[in-house]
Ligand binder design. Structure first.
Ligand code: PGA
Length: 251
């Protein structure tokens, strides 16, 4: 089964509007014509509109870093799927470990967000991954199993097929420590097998599983060469066009 690779830049809480436009233009210049890899950038909410304009006409797609599951109303500080659609968003990151760690995200809210995003015709990037304590305590499989099954509860196979999963071991995010390609691929195969048990092999084979956690131009090739690593969710290295391009097209 060959899955088209998918590289998404998660800009996190970085960039003013001006910086975001400059970065987006740099990304378009470097990889805007690439068609054999799907590419997306996920700026902060405040910069979605401007980046949407800056990437227009290129192959680079727009993603958001979070969403609220409700359609509208008294939810101060939150943004809905329709609002994201109205500025040209295609992908939505859901359940990032920083959301889980600092902002009370649970497997239950990840599930609600995933359903809302799919219902709106947007494409979820669902993040899962264990902390160092969980890995060292032998709980890694149980944590990833719970996060994956929790995210997809009540979601049909045809909707699941539209989703990307990002496996991001928390201990590798922003730390400079990358999972070895073997460690990462093992986790990806484990996740794929959960998807097989939920949806059958055909659907599971269609779903892309990105790796995230200190992915850079110099380790991207090794990671992306493995059977079940279908792309990357890139933090730090997504903030420099040359680094991001070196992951989209690793040498
Ligand atoms: P990193 O972040 O590439 O800076 O480790 C990845 C992520 O958190 O999505």
């Amino acid at each position: 089964m060959s899955r088209k690779k998918f590289i998404a830049g998660n800009w996190k809480m970085n960039t003013t509007v001006e910086e975001a436009v400059a970065l987006a233009k740099g990304v378009v210049e470097a990889v805007g014509g690439v068609s054999d890899v799907d590419v997306a950038v996920c700026p902060p909410y405040t910069n979605l509109s401007a980046v949407s304009q800056a990437i227009k006409g290129s192959n680079v797609k727009l993603g958001a870093q979070d969403v609220h599951w409700e359609a509208k109303g008294a939810f101060t500080g939150k943004v809905s799927c329709d609002m994201l659609k109205s500025v040209g968003v295609t992908y939505v990151i859901i359940g990032h470990s920083e959301q889980r760690q600092y902002f009370g995200e649970t497997n239950g809210t990840v599930n609600k967000k995933t359903k809302a995003v799919l219902a709106a015709g947007l494409l979820p990037i669902v993040c899962v991954g264990e902390t160092l304590d969980e890995r060292n305590g032998g709980k890694m499989d149980a944590v990833i199993d719970g996060q994956t099954r929790g995210a997809f509860e009540g979601i049909s196979a045809s909707d699941a097929a539209k989703c990307t999963i990002a496996y991001e071991p928390v201990w590798a995010i922003g730390t400079g420590v990358t999972a070895t390609p073997e460690q990462a691929n093992e986790a990806h195969v484990f996740i794929r097998n959960i998807l097989v048990s939920l949806y059958g092999k055909d659907t599971a084979d269609k779903m892309r599983i990105q790796y995230g956690g200190s992915m850079k131009p110099d380790n991207a090739k090794g990671l992306l060469a493995l059977s079940d690593i279908d792309g990357g969710l890139i933090g730090g290295a997504a903030l420099k066009p040359a680094d991001f391009a070196g992951i989209v097209q690793p040498k």
